[in-house]
Write a protein that binds this ligand. Structure first.
Ligand code: ATP
Ligand code: MG
Length: 332
């Protein structure tokens, strides 16, 4: 089986519906075809303002939601990044073959550092893509499913793998990004031209997997639309309605035209009620299962430890090879 690697930051108590549609549903389907590694990337999360107790809790909650959404810890290697030390160690080695200018060209860094200002921008934010490259390369990954915002980071990962291989001999597999399609991209319900994010400043337009159903229902009924009153897909002129159609289609497996037909001549109220029922029905069992898992943190931690062991054995083999190739003296 080809190897797959992907991860998510534990940056909120709950995942949002974009993570569910754009990542978890696809990962769930891919875990049978691939030898899949899914990581809760807590080391990456340290680049954001951090409360230690909250980070621990968010890490567990993120893992619980992966499982609740159908990632099976007996099938896929679902683990916590910091449990495998090789990530930080390989990131250091890779940083020594990364150009300063090369890292500075990463648009995510440019955006974030501009937003935060130089005093609030930590060096970890700058080296973030190098840690991500280490995540991927440690597992000799074939494919990396990511959103298009991460495409540049996977390109850097490929460049670093090729550079290392050319300099020190074949060591890393050069991974391929699998970019999620536009139809799997979800936008904020209140601001439907901005991507929905866990770390969005306002939560009014974010649908959280773990929210109470009535909160979710209200947010859907209040979603921004337009004055046309026609349920039709057009991302340019009707971003709000198009986004709701995308969610509807993704969760039901239906085609958008068939949904447009069903709601032809019926107005947005009916359409939103229909969507509300779809989302609530989808979220309810996931939420229940996640909360059950979180009720027994010791059992969850045990599962994560078993999977960390599986990840570690693969990662350590790659790291030892790297250490030998760059000329680090083996401890006797
Ligand atoms: P943050 O605000 O902390 O960056 P996020 O919601 O953007 O959080 P990530 O941890 O960056 O989530 O990404 C996790 C996964 O979810 C990635 O595979 C990413 O492509 C996917 N994803 C995130 N937001 C969306 C979205 N709005 N639509 C579809 N997929 C998404
Ligand atoms: Mg993100």
């Amino acid at each position: 089986k080809a190897r797959l690697y992907s991860g998510m930051q534990p940056s909120a108590d709950s995942l949002q519906i974009g993570n569910y549609i754009g990542a978890l549903l696809q990962w769930r389907d891919m875990q049978d075809t691939y030898d899949a590694f899914f990581s809760v990337v807590d080391l990456h999360a340290l680049t954001q303002p951090n409360d230690p107790a909250e980070l621990r809790e968010k890490t567990r909650r993120t893992a619980a939601q992966y499982i609740a959404a159908g990632i099976e810890p007996s099938k896929s290697t679902l683990y916590v990044q910091s449990h495998v030390r090789a990530h930080a160690e390989l990131a250091w080695i890779l940083s020594t073959i990364t150009g300063f200018g090369e890292a500075g060209r990463m648009t995510q860094f440019k955006d974030k550092s501009q937003r935060y200002g130089s005093d609030q921008t930590n060096v970890g934010l700058f080296t973030y893509p190098i840690l991500m490259a280490a995540d991927i390369l440690l597992y000799q990954t074939h494919v990396v499913p990511v959103g298009d915002d991460q495409k540049q980071h996977v390109e850097l990962t490929r460049d670093l793998a090729e550079r290392f291989n050319a300099r020190y001999g074949e060591t890393f597999r050069v991974p391929q990004p699998v970019i999620q399609s536009e139809t799997a991209r979800i936008y904020d319900l209140q601001n439907p031209t901005a991507k929905m994010s866990k770390s969005a400043e306002s939560h009014a337009g974010v649908l959280w997997l773990l929210d109470d159903v009535d909160v979710t229902a209200k947010k859907i009924m209040r979603a921004v639309t337009d004055n046309e009153g026609v349920v039709a897909y057009d991302r340019e002129t009707k971003p709000g309605v198009s986004n709701l159609l995308t969610i509807y289609a993704a969760l039901t497996g239906r085609q958008i035209p068939s949904i447009e037909d069903e709601y032809a001549g019926r107005g947005y109220g009916d359409f939103k009620k229909g969507l509300r029922d779809v989302v609530v029905a989808e979220f309810e069992p996931v939420r229940t299962r996640a909360l059950e898992l979180l009720d027994d943190p010791a059992e969850l931690d045990r599962l994560l430890a078993v999977n960390a062991g599986k990840a570690e054995s693969v990662a350590d083999a790659t790291l030892q090879d790297v250490y030998d190739r760059v000329g680090l003296l083996r401890r006797a």
